[in-house]
Design a protein around this ligand. Structure first.
Ligand SMILES: Cc1cc2nc3c(=O)[nH]c(=O)nc-3n(C[C@H](O)[C@H](O)[C@H](O)COP(=O)(O)O)c2cc1C
Length: 314
């Protein structure tokens, strides 16, 4: 099984990715949170920083682009090729209202004609691999059957499917019926993404789809950075590894972010997921959420690591 790390805007930037790769790893491909180009520029400085090769050493990274304008996609993909990238990914999944209102992300799925033209222009202009990360529709899962006909016209590097519609955001269950059809209908290699949070989830998925050879995971890894090790039945990472991982992310954020509040905002978001890696972490995470000073934050984290253990459910 190949494992991909899902792009997660605001969280899995290069600092998180590099620390994860150093202390846990086991990932075949990382995807960058989306780059949103406009007419004037391919990426802003934050986006460029995220995908600079020197910030992503030793890992396979695929930059993701969010746009519905072929000119912007083509220019940005060429710029990324200039930086050494061999594959770029098109975001057809973002459910955010402001993105969807502009017919981008999962909003683009409701404009099949325009999407088809976009892909035709993109594939005829670019000589690098292009993959797609898609939901199964904007308003209705039935939209997928028209979309797969479009995807099948182009030689995608792979089609990563998160089987929800826009309105689901991350709620409700992934639609495995439509995914099963997608698996049968797709001419391109398919990767599954959605709600694989434990080794049991993965085993259940494999029982249902024994031929799938690639899965992408997001929130599961944020909640337990040791999840891939557990899924691969490797030695379970010790608490010290989580500590070093935390300290690396925290140290790097302090170097590049301005002000205690900004660093704390990032660490609070990280703990909103990673708290569940520990036994009885509720009260510590609550205190972290209320924290306003780095010194207080450090002392709570110290207590958590001293007093609690890593929680490895099956
Ligand atoms: C906070 C957050 C940010 C996300 N950012 C992106 C993004 O930039 N690009 C993208 O394609 N998907 C993004 N996603 C979706 C994830 O990549 C993934 O498809 C989703 O979380 C489902 O996978 P999971 O159940 O393994 O988490 C984001 C999800 C979350 C929760």
């Amino acid at each position: 099984m190949k494992f991909y790390f899902a792009p997660m805007e605001g969280i899995t930037g290069y600092i998180y990715r590099s620390a994860y790769h150093t202390y846990f790893g086991g990932i075949d491909k990382y995807f960058s949170p989306f780059i949103a180009p406009n007419q004037n520029r391919s990426f802003n400085s934050k986006e460029l920083n995220d995908i600079l090769p020197e910030h992503n050493e030793g890992m396979v990274l695929v930059p993701q682009i969010l746009t519905n304008r072929q000119e912007d996609f083509i220019r940005t993909a060429r710029d990324l090729k200039g930086l050494g990238y061999k594959e770029v990914n098109l975001n057809l999944g973002c459910p955010s209202r402001t993105v969807v209102a502009k017919n981008r992300g999962s909003g683009f799925l409701a404009c099949p004609k325009e999407l088809d033209q976009f892909l035709e222009d993109v594939f005829s202009s670019l000589d690098l691999s292009i993959s797609i990360k898609t939901r199964i529709g904007r308003d209705d899962p039935g939209e997928f059957y028209r979309l797969i006909e479009i995807y099948n016209k182009y030689p995608l590097k792979e089609l990563i499917i998160h089987p929800r519609i826009q309105r689901d955001y991350y709620k409700n269950q992934p639609n495995l019926q439509v995914f099963a059809d997608a698996w049968k209908l797709s001419r391109n290699p398919v990767c599954y993404n959605g709600d694989l949070f434990t080794p049991d989830d993965l085993e259940g998925f494999i029982r249902q789809f024994p031929e799938t050879d690639t899965v992408m995971l997001g929130r599961g890894i944020l909640s337990d950075p040791g999840l891939i090790c557990r899924m691969k039945k490797r030695e379970l990472p010790e608490k010290q590894r989580y500590r070093e991982f935390h300290d690396a992310v925290y140290g790097e954020y302090q170097k590049v972010l301005f002000g205690e509040k900004t660093v704390l905002f990032k660490m609070k978001e990280l703990w909103s997921y990673m708290g569940s890696s520990f036994t009885n972490s509720g009260k510590y995470v609550k205190k972290i959420r209320k924290c306003e000073k780095l010194a207080a934050y450090e002392s709570i984290v110290e207590d958590l690591f001293q007093e609690q253990e890593i929680w490895h459910e099956k």
